[in-house]
Design a protein around this ligand. Structure first.
Ligand code: PAN
Ligand code: ZN
Length: 198
């Protein structure tokens, strides 16, 4: 509970986002995800190993303002997803279902361009473009992953119930049913041959 009390005190003033850098004022948690933190999430393991033998690029950063995990509260976070590819697969977030599956979420694009993959628990997936001023609704019971298909940083704000939680394990085990790749200089969304539908 102390976290909720401190956070609510902090939130009695508006919180600024620097839309150029994606930094959120007064954040309570910062996460930096490097390739080594998410190497199992990319399709081509040998390309991952080859890159990691030379360097360990930052794929994305998150600045979160979390208000504890009590029911009824909302938390929010900015994500700065860098441009780049692992082989032909664009830089992306790990992606997750919410631990409490029925918790929905809203994304708001702030800078750059990319897309959100949204998938139900049977692997049925669709995508929505994310760019400045676009609002994306992630329905309950759907996994979600952001992909940077552009040349600039992709920056967005996510707003989610504070008790939602993140289940990365299911994605680690089964993967996403779609991959977002570059082919002949264009963005393609293809079926993931490694997706496990069980
Ligand atoms: C977002 C994500 C954020 C990072 O705030 O947590 O973009 O992606 P991963 O959590 O998949 O690493 C969100 O969806 N929160 O619920
Ligand atoms: Zn989420």
């Amino acid at each position: 509970m102390p976290i909720a009390v401190i956070s609510l005190k902090n939130i009695m003033n508006a919180i600024k986002i620097d839309t150029k850098t994606g930094k959120l004022e007064n954040y309570t948690k910062r996460i930096v995800r490097k390739l080594s933190d998410m190497k199992e999430f990319y399709f081509n393991k040998s390309v991952v190993d080859e890159i990691l033998s030379k360097n360990d690029p930052v794929i994305y950063e998150v600045y979160a303002f979390e208000t504890g995990d009590s029911v009824g509260n909302l938390s929010f976070a900015t994500t700065i997803l860098y441009p780049g590819k692992i082989g032909n697969e664009f830089f992306m977030t790990k992606g997750h279902f919410h631990e409490k599956r029925d918790r929905a979420e809203i994304y708001l694009g702030l800078s750059g361009s990319g897309l959100m993959l949204i998938m139900d628990d049977r692997g049925n997936a669709y995508h929505v473009k994310i760019k400045p001023h676009s609002v994306i609704y992630v329905p309950p019971n759907h996994a979600h992953r952001a992909v940077n298909t552009g040349k600039e940083k992709l920056i967005f704000l996510a707003i989610y119930p504070s008790d939602a939680g993140h289940d990365y394990g299911t994605i680690l085990e089964k993967g996403f049913s779609k991959l977002v790749i570059e082919e002949n200089n264009s963005v393609r969304i293809i079926d993931n041959p490694k997706f496990k539908n069980q």
